[in-house]
Design a protein around this ligand. Structure first.
Ligand SMILES: [Zn+2]
Length: 213
């Protein structure tokens, strides 16, 4: 293992410094990429992303980093429910098929992942419930209402400033619906000062620079 100090390497969802502190591991790299199951038809996009991630993982291993490369499928959401219904199968049957197909693609391409995780894996669900309950009990999560423009294809809300001139989704170009929903929110404001200080003290925590704004 290479021991000289390195600049943290950031890709997608990344908590290198935090993990490195918890596990007391130097030169640890965590690569994480979760694929939405309802968009399995985006095969070329899946392949493109995983090949990029795999290249990074292999390169960083060669450099001597302790790499953990985790990928998998995100199997919850309204879209999954709708697609399963129209296919006449249960949501579980639907995600089993799609997740199996994605994993099959990755294995066929010899992707060097360390872990393929499914959000419907029982141990994953249990941990999420545990974390959610802890955050809820300590007042970090609260129930509220969200109003906004919703894209059913992306399963995401967008603000008026984000949408296209024609009033369409800025990501997929689909129709947006005015929606109101009851939702759980994370009380980010409680941590804002700490977060800002951390980002200022660790200039490489967010990259590229433009994402800091
Ligand atoms: Zn969209």
């Amino acid at each position: 293992m290479v021991t000289r100090a390195r600049r943290p390497f950031i890709w997608d969802v990344f908590l290198l410094r935090r993990y490195a502190e918890i596990w007391k591991i130097k030169d640890l790299i965590t690569l994480q990429r979760q694929l939405p199951t309802h968009q399995a038809s985006r095969t070329s996009a899946n392949v493109y992303e995983i090949v990029l991630a795999d290249s990074i993982a292999r390169y960083k291993r060669m450099e001597g980093f302790d790499v953990r490369f985790q990928t998998g499928t995100d199997e919850h959401g309204q879209k999954v429910e709708e697609r399963a219904k129209s296919a006449g199968i249960t949501p579980k049957e639907f995600v089993d098929e799609i997740s199996g197909m994605i994993k099959g693609q990755f294995d066929c391409m010899n992707i060097s992942y360390d872990k393929f995780i499914r959000t419907t894996d029982p141990y994953h669900e249990k941990q999420v419930q545990k974390i959610f309950k802890k955050l809820y009990d300590q007042g970090d999560i609260y129930k509220g209402h969200y109003d906004g423009l919703y894209c059913p294809e992306c399963e995401a809300f967008y603000t008026k400033s984000q949408i296209t001139e024609e009033g369409k989704c800025p990501v997929c170009g689909g129709e947006l619906k005015e929606m109101q929903e009851e939702a759980y929110f994370f009380k980010m404001s409680k941590y804002a000062d700490r977060l800002v200080k951390y980002i200022e003290d660790h200039p490489h925590f967010i990259q590229p620079e433009s994402r800091k704004k």
